[in-house]
Design a protein around this ligand. Structure first.
Ligand code: NAP
Ligand code: 3JN
Length: 337
């Protein structure tokens, strides 16, 4: 089997660290691994298969000889360095929002649309974590019953906002709330013992960028601009694992039992649904798992063909690092790289 030179851009970040672990766990055929971050990380090391690798500063000449570059250092870095890497011959799999809505860039969730990968498209976008876990579950239903409308509310873990955000929740939990002033820098309010209906920036129409990402990315990945989507994205004091309450209306009638059967047969999904036994997914038990979990599947009788679902997945794995590594695996399996 052929081995590939791989780079991880943002290797010291929460997502970058998971990418390194995922390459190791899935025995990705790595010839050499280059770990890139900012100047601040010079002198630090990362670990891969028991070996210490020095973190290097990301520079324009960082991509010589790199075949696959996994980016997770934010959209400004991606906008600047993804074209540089792809010109150098690398396939870039980018975790930021920089390229997702670019017409020439495939936005890929392998379970849904790996067929759009090609030799010509060297920059590939990884969708937003909340979008990924939703489309993994909704696409098999869409194929059978055609989804007309989606109403989603998210319950997003703090790890989605990076390492400083995780530290902020930990510090607030550790603080004695009776006699210490609780600091908040990353989130607009204290996140411990709270929920905040605000992720990313507010737009003029009152929606947040995170909510707009969910609308546009869902339509692009499912290749159907006619699906109506509306989202409310909420931060909750959970370290790892995004949860979503999803309501859908379909063109064709489909029963909860049929949905359970279809989803149980679909890739990457675990149906965890038996309320009599208190079986429904919760983020604490879905953390560090690769699958997307779905439960509470039931009819919404307030509309003609309505269904409610509860979807949970590890935002750092399927929502970010795993999906990116799976895209890289598809490039190999399809003989593209
Ligand atoms: P994080 O924990 O804050 O890590 C940020 C990473 O970016 C660090 O490795 C940091 O390196 C690096 N970086 C920052 N500025 C840089 C620069 N000028 N040059 C090179 N590297 C630089 O954030 P994270 O949670 O891992 O997220 C990183 C990015 O991934 C996000 O901004 C977002 O675009 C994307 N993301 C996507 C999803 C998704 O939904 N698919 C989820 C989460 C994040 P230093 O340690 O040296 O500063
Ligand atoms: O907050 C979350 O749970 C997911 C956050 C994702 C994120 C964080 C910072 C910048 C993104 C993203 O992937 O959309 C970005 C970005 O690249 O815009």
């Amino acid at each position: 089997m052929k081995n590939y030179n791989v780079a991880v851009v943002g290797a010291t970040g929460v997502v970058g660290q998971e990418m390194i672990k995922m390459l190791e766990k899935r025995k990705f055929p790595v010839a050499g691994l280059k770990l890139l971050a900012s100047q601040r990380s010079i002198g630090k090391t990362g670990k891969f298969h028991g070996k210490e690798i020095e973190i290097e500063e990301l520079k324009e000449n960082s991509f010589k000889g790199i075949k696959i570059a996994l980016f997770s250092a934010g959209s400004e870095i991606s906008k600047k360095f993804a074209p540089i890497a792809s010109k150098e011959g690398s396939f870039v799999i980018d975790n930021s929002s920089a390229w997702r809505m670019d017409r020439d860039v495939p936005l890929v969730v392998p379970e849904v649309n790996e067929h759009i990968l090609s030799k010509e498209k060297k920059i590939i976008a990884n969708p937003n974590c909340s979008t990924i876990q939703m489309v993994v579950v909704l696409n098999p239903i869409h194929q059978i019953a055609k989804i007309k409308r989606i109403v989603v509310s998210t319950y997003q873990a703090v790890s989605g906002a990076g390492k400083e955000a995780m530290l902020e929740l930990q510090n607030q939990k550790d603080a004695d709330i009776t006699d210490k002033k609780i600091e908040n820098k990353v989130f607009p309010y204290q996140i411990a013992y709270n929920v905040i209906p605000h992720i990313d920036l507010f737009m003029e129409d009152g929606y947040t960028r995170e909510e707009i990402k969910m609308v546009k990315e869902t339509q692009k990945i499912m290749n159907d601009g006619s699906i109506k989507v509306t989202a409310t994205c909420v931060r909750v004091p959970v370290f790892r694992g995004h949860s979503e309450s999803v309501n859908i209306e379909t063109e064709k009638k489909i029963s909860p039992e049929e949905v359970k059967n279809i989803l149980a047969e679909s890739c990457g999904i675990i149906v965890w649904d038996d309320v009599a036994k208190l079986k429904y997914p919760v983020p604490l038990y879905c953390a560090n798992k690769e699958e997307t979990f779905v439960g509470r599947i039931r009819s919404d009788t307030s509309v003609e063909n309505g269904l409610n679902l509860w979807i949970v997945s590890d935002n750092l794995l399927k929502g970010a690092a795993l999906n990116a590594v799976q895209i890289a695996e598809c490039l190999i399996n399809k003989g593209i790289v």
